[in-house]
Design a protein around this ligand. Structure first.
Ligand SMILES: [Zn+2]
Length: 86
């Protein structure tokens, strides 16, 4: 299968189960979001390396963007959440 399985994934952020901010759904599609590097420098995100990880809610489509160093970790349906996830 590889990196691009055609199934949404579970996500954890800093060890916490991440849910959609809008509808509380737990399954997401991912996409790389290119940031405008000039804009990124203006808002002090030059360290973010001009790309963000977008988690697209499988249910409502809301896009959550993560540009920091602690990117969300993704888990397949088969894996489930890792032990210790809050
Ligand atoms: Zn949602």
């Amino acid at each position: 299968m590889g990196l691009f399985e055609k199934k949404p994934l579970l996500a954890t952020v800093l060890g916490r189960a991440f849910r959609c901010l809008v509808c509380d759904h737990a399954w997401f599609w991912t996409r790389e979001v290119k940031l405008n590097s000039t804009g990124a420098e203006l808002v002090g995100l030059a360290w973010a390396n001009t790309s963000a990880l977008g988690l697209v809610c499988d249910e409502c489509g809301y896009v959550h963007e993560f540009a920091g160093r602690n990117r969300p970790k993704l888990w397949s349906e088969k894996q489930g959440y890792p032990e210790g996830t809050r």
